[in-house]
Design a protein around this ligand. Structure first.
Ligand SMILES: NC(=O)c1ccc[n+]([C@@H]2O[C@H](COP(=O)([O-])OP(=O)(O)OC[C@H]3O[C@@H](n4cnc5c(N)ncnc54)[C@H](OP(=O)(O)O)[C@@H]3O)[C@@H](O)[C@H]2O)c1
Length: 395
């Protein structure tokens, strides 16, 4: 593919976009890249010595012109259900690879239905969820399965991801995206139904698949001796892991089951933490279904462009444990970052490395609306390890 740029960071003026642009600016060797967005002055004020491309996300011809000039568009302009349609359409049409931080399952379903076939034909790898949602889940499960096969000659028939110790906060764009999903769900019953479908992102979301209900109460993980509690992001991540498995042709068996929870220590304090988290989640779910409470929450939350301070990001961290089981065999795998909060510091590394991988690595995966592990697998794993993230069998 001979194009003027290896990659374009679109939405570089946003809270996360700035972090991703800074990350790419420090990459060695430097790719041929540019920043893009709707506001020329704001883009130039970032002080990055790279070309500036100006386009509104809703201006289809302007977006198509960018898609034709670059191998990859990496976009942080969200909510994606508002600002993502034209970018995905242009990338699928022009064979341009694409990565984002979308967590809006209903929108990703729309992109699959509208653009998967065209992306297969054009060779464009369209990869949503290249941040904390859902790279730890997706790549962690894939990596654990490679280790299971190496150790026991067979993949795990069930994997449980337990999201444990972490420290971080959220940004205005993330709040706006959550509100967007809540708004669409409250207005449309078919979207509520889709969001409740554990296989919402599978090629065929209505095929008969193993039962995999979302976790709804406090539990106990006997392998790790930890309490478990529903995880807010599981409704996104589990759908992505299941899409990966389906796109790969079900290599872990038709009965493979993936679950995802938060974990707290197996002590009295851990139980108290689990109870508090479950209560908080129930409160959020209650508020999101009521327009006035939703508005109140949105007003008090960070606004677009705002997010956690540099200090909070640098001191942030996260750790996810994966338990894979195949008959009597069991393997525990760990993913994490000790130098980056999940949503921003670490996410900038994950999205930045995804963009670099799509642009520069000799990937062989086919085009389509795909997933991080299917599109980039081992290449991305190696990159993230070099970037300081942990992906390893538990010691
Ligand atoms: N998956 C994850 O782990 C993860 C982590 C972090 C963030 N996210 C997601 O990333 C997205 C961004 O979050 P954020 O907090 O960085 O948002 P933000 O600070 O509000 O930034 C939004 C960006 O979109 C741009 N934009 C808005 N409307 C546009 C338009 N019509 N044309 C072109 N550009 C437009 C804004 O440009 P202006 O500067 O000109 O307004 C800005 O650059 C959200 O969807 C969030 O959920 C996901």
């Amino acid at each position: 593919m001979s194009r003027e740029f290896d990659l374009v960071v679109f939405g570089a003026t946003g809270f996360t976009g700035k972090l991703v642009a800074d990350y790419i600016a420090r990459a060695t060797p430097q790719p041929r890249w540019a920043i893009a967005g709707r506001n020329k002055d704001k883009l130039e004020a970032l002080g990055l010595r790279v070309p500036v491309l100006v386009a509104d996300a809703l201006d289809a011809p302007a977006i198509a012109a960018i898609a034709r000039r670059t191998k990859v568009i990496c976009t942080t302009a969200g909510p994606y259900a508002k600002y993502g349609n034209e970018i995905v359409a242009a990338c699928a049409e022009h064979g341009t690879h694409y990565c984002d931080l979308a967590g809006e399952v209903q929108w990703m379903r729309r992109m699959i239905d509208a653009h998967h076939e065209r992306a297969v034909a054009s060779g464009a790898r369209i990869v949503h969820t290249c941040g904390f949602d859902s790279i730890p889940s997706d790549l962690g499960t894939w990596a654990l399965q490679q280790e299971m096969i190496k150790a026991y000659g067979t993949p795990a028939t069930s994997v449980t991801a337990l999201f444990g110790e972490s420290s971080g906060a959220i940004s205005g764009g993330t709040v706006a995206s959550g509100m967007q999903t809540a708004l669409e769900a409250s207005a449309d019953r078919s979207i509520r139904k889709l969001l409740g479908n554990p296989y919402a992102l599978d090629p065929d979301p209505h095929a008969t698949r193993p039962s995999a209900p979302d976790e709804s109460s406090i539990g106990w993980n006997s392998q790790l001796k930890m309490f478990t509690v529903p995880f807010l992001m599981a409704g996104i991540n589990t759908r992505v892991v299941r899409r990966s498995h389906a796109l790969a042709g079900f290599p872990w068996g038709q009965d493979f089951v993936y679950r995802e929870v938060m974990s707290t220590p197996g002590s009295a304090r851990g139980l108290a933490m689990a109870t508090a988290i479950a209560g908080g989640l129930a409160g959020i779910a209650f508020a999101m279904k009521r327009p006035r409470l939703r508005e109140l929450l949105a007003k008090r939350a960070p606004q677009p462009g705002e997010g956690p301070s540099a200090e909070k990001r640098a001191n942030g961290h996260w750790k996810t444990r994966f338990v894979g089981v195949a008959g009597n065999h069991q393997l525990v795998y760990v993913a994490g970052d000790t130098h980056g909060d999940p949503g921003y510091g670490s996410t900038a590394k994950m999205l930045g490395e995804s963009a670099l991988s799509l642009a520069l690595d000799p990937l062989s995966a086919p085009g389509g609306v795909t997933t991080p592990s299917v599109a980039m697998g081992q290449f991305l794993l190696d990159r993230l390890r070099r970037a300081g993230l942990t992906f390893a069998v538990a010691g």
